[in-house]
Ligand binder design. Structure first.
Ligand code: TXA
Ligand code: MG
Length: 346
């Protein structure tokens, strides 16, 4: 199959028209959102949704998020709309917050992987909303990467993972946020299943106490039931080994340099995923600055593209960990998974 790439910078109308036609005819289309690129299908069309799982190589028991163009669309997707959801939608939609609640019976099992809940989000990205509006249905969409690899934040990432497998990629340039949406379950006590740019602190300011699922910063225990099935899979992992070092920036840099030299002697090609605060320590070494520790949103924005870029040219990525305040929680959640939880504290 030929994969067409259409830039939405100058062809937003034509691109979204074609995308909507494809979605209506049961095809799958990659499109930009403010978080990461999505791979979308008509959320009411079971056969179309199956194509997403096939193209990504995604396990069938991992449910999808339905993307809507307006808040009132949740009424036909959920059993009812809880009060907390109304508050959260008014504050954070459109934007990088996914809400989970009891599903209505309109939704095919393929979307929810048989669960009795469904995840919904209204993206902020204009192209995404235009596409959903024109398609006239909620769009079921996971991230547009091969299952297990780092999520795509540029159209070229989608092309490299899914080129030849899908008919169309809408190219909206670099994603603003760079990590996937916050996933918040409103079934029972509000619980963050996946942290994102809408932070724990921001959510608590609107609805009071919000829990953070255990699996956000630690591996799923063997045999435990996953609140969010996505948590139990290997995630965001490049082919290179990733090792995370956490602590005071100066100590982190010292330890990373030690590991860098030790590994180089053994012929292991290393790259350092660093921060602004430690740049000065790495002169003469292979390194990339992901962002600023004082502004963890910058770390999130560049994390996945850095992992993909470094993967091309090394065997071992030595990555700096940070604290978990604000967007630091989303950053560490993704980084630890990319590293298979290989972490050293100094
Ligand atoms: O930012 C995003 O959310 C992106 C863009 C494309 O919108 N989408 C995305 O989808 O990240 P995906 O499929 O890669 O991640 C969805 C996560 C998975 O961890 C999945 O297990 C979880 O949400 N999820 C979906 N429905 C759920 C449900 N009913 N209960 C619990 N977890 C659910
Ligand atoms: Mg994903």
């Amino acid at each position: 199959m030929d994969t067409r790439v259409i830039s939405t910078k100058n062809q937003a109308e034509a691109g979204t028209n074609l995308g909507a036609e494809l979605i209506k005819s049961g095809e799958i289309v990659a499109f930009p959102t403010e978080t990461v690129y999505g791979l979308g299908a008509n959320g009411f069309d079971e056969a179309a949704v199956q194509k997403i799982f096939e193209a990504k190589g995604r396990p069938n028991d991992n449910p999808l998020i339905l993307h809507v163009a307006k808040k009132s669309d949740v009424k036909e997707l959920w059993a009812h709309v809880p009060k907390s959801a109304n508050l959260l939608m008014d504050t954070f939609w459109p934007g990088p917050l996914t809400l989970i609640f009891n599903r209505s019976d309109k939704i095919p099992d393929a979307v929810t992987a048989g669960l009795d809940t469904v995840a919904v989000r209204m993206p902020q990205d204009k192209t995404a909303r235009m596409l959903i509006q024109k398609a006239g249905v909620p769009i079921a969409a996971p991230s547009a990467n091969l299952s297990g690899s780092p999520s795509p934040t540029k159209a070229e990432h989608v092309l490299s993972d899914l080129g030849g497998k899908i008919p169309l990629i809408l190219d909206g340039g670099d994603c603003r946020v760079g990590v996937e949406s916050t996933v918040l379950s409103l079934v029972g006590r509000p619980t963050i299943l996946r942290p994102g740019a809408v932070t724990h602190e921001m959510l608590e300011a609107v609805i009071g106490e919000v829990r953070i699922a255990d699996c956000v910063l630690s591996p799923m225990k063997e045999g435990a039931t996953a609140l969010s099935p996505g948590m139990k899979y290997k995630h965001y992992a490049p082919k290179a080994r990733v090792k995370v070092v956490c602590g005071e920036p100066k100590n982190v840099a010292r330890r990373i340099l030690e590991l860098y030299v030790q590994n180089n002697i053994r012929g292991v090609v290393c790259e350092i995923a660093a921060t602004e605060q430690t740049r000065q320590f790495y002169r003469g070494k292979n390194y990339v600055i992901m962002g600023d520790r004082q502004d963890p949103a910058t770390l999130c924005k560049n994390l996945f593209s850095t992992l993909r870029e470094l993967d091309e040219r090394c065997d071992l990525i030595l990555a700096e960990g940070t604290d978990t305040k604000d967007s630091g929680l989303a950053f560490m959640n993704r980084l630890l998974r990319a590293a298979g939880f290989e972490i050293e504290k100094v």
